[in-house]
Design a protein around this ligand. Structure first.
Ligand SMILES: C[S@@+](CC[C@H](N)C(=O)[O-])C[C@H]1O[C@@H](n2cnc3c(N)ncnc32)[C@H](O)[C@@H]1O
Length: 343
């Protein structure tokens, strides 16, 4: 009994879940509505719905291909209202930009950066690309070797997080102008290979031009979406990714795809932005914040849960909180550096 009460209050102790319950106090909803209503991605919403069902607050019914959620019964409605849960109008405060629009916004922004029409992420203020790179773990030699490919867009140095051996097949998710791909290609050497994947046409063109200029013939850039990788299953030894996954609307799918293309015992080295405090719905919809790797970022625990759900073992290598002041105007976030292993 006491456990049930604790589960009930714990389930309500989260702003997203309170929004969901508030909407359902007004009317029943299809599971597919909540992403817009709560302003969170579908995977996160599904997890919140599960908590609320397990706490006995919600129930659901399948209606063809729809899953309709409602408050469990009238007694529960009374209890919730007595506890002060307010009804929320579902045409709703946190309506989130849909996934396709988000990707278009991101492509447009990084296309401009690739063409040199804008300097880089608005977030980095007056810092030069070299200053950004030095502050996130690149050596002077790294930046001097590939200055054309370093656009100052990273939040860490994934190739320094673990070993890349001669002969390795490396995949760079969101390869930009190719900076990390080239650093990895030096390590993988002629017997290895690097595949960079990026969805922005002009980034791919710039990266290919850079590969030619730097004389790499073990690097290939493929245009594609990291949610649907143009890469063969079980073909990759090491995946790297620098400040990209936060930009993808369906992060769960990114981790499932990464898991698919890695060979058994393969590793992934990530540097990415995660939140330490929820953003407002307005911030999550702000195009500049989305493109600056903030608006689409997940809470740290949600991000790590998605990785575990994809089947990976996680080691947190480092967490850089100072980056918030240096590059992100003090937003409550950190750059997390992870090693993932395919079990
Ligand atoms: C912040 S930049 C980082 C680039 C590079 N990793 C670096 O550190 O210089 C993000 C890059 O990811 C690409 N990107 C964003 N979302 C993507 C997606 N869903 N699929 C493929 N590429 C994506 C963008 O086009 C852009 O080049």
């Amino acid at each position: 009994m006491i456990e049930d009460k604790a589960r009930f209050f714990k389930a309500l102790g989260d702003p997203t879940r309170l929004t969901i319950v508030g909407c359902l106090l007004k009317q029943d909803h299809c599971a597919c509505d909540f992403s817009k209503i709560a302003g969170r991605d579908q995977t996160t919403v599904s997890r919140h719905l599960k908590v609320l069902v397990e706490a006995g607050i919600l129930r659901y019914e399948k209606d063809g291909r729809y899953v309709i959620y409602s408050i469990r019964d009238d007694r529960m409605k009374d209890t919730l209202e007595k506890c002060g849960v307010e009804k929320v109008d579902s045409c709703c405060p946190g309506s989130e930009m849909d996934a396709g629009t988000k990707k278009d916004v991101v492509k447009k922004n990084y296309g401009k950066i690739a063409l040199g029409l804008v300097q880089g992420c608005e977030c980095c203020g007056d810092l030069t690309n070299e200053q950004v790179s030095a502050s996130i773990g690149y050596s002077q030699q790294d930046t001097e070797s590939f200055s054309e490919a370093n656009l100052g867009l990273g939040c860490g140095n994934p190739t320094a997080l673990g070993e890349i051996k001669e002969g390795d097949i490396v995949l760079d998710l969101g390869s930009g102008a190719g900076f990390d791909s080239f650093l990895a290609a030096r390590k993988a050497a002629n017997t290895g290979k690097v595949i960079g994947v990026d969805m922005t046409e002009d980034m791919i063109s710039r990266a290919r031009k850079n590969a030619e200029q730097y004389g790499f013939d073990n690097v290939e850039f493929r245009k594609g979406d990291i949610e649907d990788l143009p890469v063969e299953t079980g073909s990759v030894d090491v995946i790297i990714s620098n400040c990209v996954i936060n930009l993808a609307p369906d992060k769960s799918q990114v981790f499932r795809e990464a898991y698919r293309v890695l060979r058994e015992n393969g590793r992934m080295y990530i540097s990415d932005i995660v939140l330490l405090k929820e953003l407002t719905a307005e911030e999550r919809n702000d195009e500049e914040l989305i493109c600056s790797c903030v608006g689409g970022a997940l809470m740290k625990e949600d991000y790590l849960d998605l990785i575990k759900e994809a089947g990976f073992e996680i080691t947190i290598i480092d967490e850089d909180r100072d980056i918030s002041k240096r590059q992100y105007s003090g937003y409550p976030l950190e750059s997390i550096k992870l090693e993932l292993r395919k079990k």
